[in-house]
Design a protein around this ligand. Structure first.
Ligand code: DP6
Length: 310
């Protein structure tokens, strides 16, 4: 049996829009923080069945993948098997330690874990060694954002290459307020396709690339407030693309808006607060500096105690 696991990641500069949807080539560069504590676990077990198959691995949040998601996962598994020349049939078992399909970037952790598992299996069958960058590029063909989960900390995905970036904030505290944990109606892959029709899409690449430069500069200069402002503008930009697509769609609930207003208040009262961002879902991600730990606990207790916080 082969075991693997991989972390999720949260982008502050978003991958949204593709130049090639078969290979998951992004229209713009992205920058993420790897979320060490939100993980996918995979077991690959040889089987006598005629076909490879998927089953849930027992965990706190059992994944009930729908047929479409199982087919997507298994078809990438078969692609990886072909790529590595892996022999035999297998059962793939997987589980997350967080809810699935609600904007917590489960495809990032699950596809990177699957790529790692296939690579391990290939090595056990005498396959060649690959660099982390090559593995990440391979994984991006299963799900784009998964390539950024091959490094810890700050990771940039640019020109189809991932690069770990050395920035001053190395040990951030990540928290996500789970406003809703049900499966989302419009998948990220569908969102990538739909945003191309938004009237705001022209200019999107320039806006994202400019913000990437500004955000890296802000982080390098340890200008936390600027980093917060840039990340805030970036996730609203992405959600504005969703709301102006044809047909328009959206993920924010009234609770999301309430939570965002509270964070705005926290920042204005304290002249400090967390970096805030959202993926294609209703949930809100926070990044706190290590010295903000007490402040973080107070803020979550005071304003978000009615929500699950991971
Ligand atoms: C909003 O990587 O899930 O989370 O390549 O189609 O699998 P596919 O899309 P996916 O898109 C992630 C979009 C995002 C932003 C981001 O993670 O950069």
């Amino acid at each position: 049996m082969i075991k693997s696991n991989s972390s999720s990641n949260i982008a502050l500069i978003k991958y949204m829009g593709k130049t090639d949807s078969t290979l998951n080539r992004p229209t713009n560069s992205s920058l993420s923080w790897t979320i060490d504590h939100l993980k996918t676990f995979i077991e690959v077990i040889p089987t006598n069945e005629v076909k490879d198959n998927w089953a849930p691995l027992e965990s706190e949040y059992s994944i009930n993948l729908n047929e479409k998601s199982i087919n997507r996962f298994l078809s990438f598994w078969c692609f990886l098997k072909d790529h590595f020349g892996i022999k035999g049939k297998y059962q793939i078992k997987s589980a997350n330690n967080f809810p699935y399909g609600c904007g917590l970037a489960s495809s990032a952790s699950s596809f990177s874990a699957l790529t790692k598992a296939a690579y391990k299996l290939s090595l056990s069958q005498g396959g060649n060694e690959l660099s982390v960058a090559d593995l990440a590029a391979l994984s991006s063909q299963g799900s784009g954002s998964s390539c950024r989960s091959f490094e810890s900390g700050w990771v940039c995905w640019q020109d189809n290459v991932i690069k770990k970036i050395d920035l001053p904030y190395k040990n951030l505290i990540h928290k996500v307020v789970v406003v809703e944990s049900g499966e989302k109606k419009v998948s990220s892959s569908e969102a990538h396709r739909l945003v191309a029709g938004s009237s705001l899409f022209p200019g999107r690449v320039e806006r994202a690339e400019n913000r990437l430069i500004q955000l890296i500069q802000a982080l390098q200069n340890e200008n936390w407030r600027d980093a917060y402002q840039i990340s805030w503008a970036e996730f609203w930009d992405m959600h504005a693309l969703f709301e102006t697509s044809k047909p328009h769609f959206g993920y924010m609930t009234h609770e999301t808006i309430e939570c965002l207003n509270l964070v705005r208040e926290v920042w204005s009262i304290n002249s400090d607060g967390p970096i805030v961002t959202m993926d294609a879902g209703p949930n809100i991600h926070f990044l706190f500096r290590p010295e903000q730990e007490e402040f973080c606990n107070k803020m979550l207790n005071k304003f978000f105690k009615n929500f699950k916080v991971l």
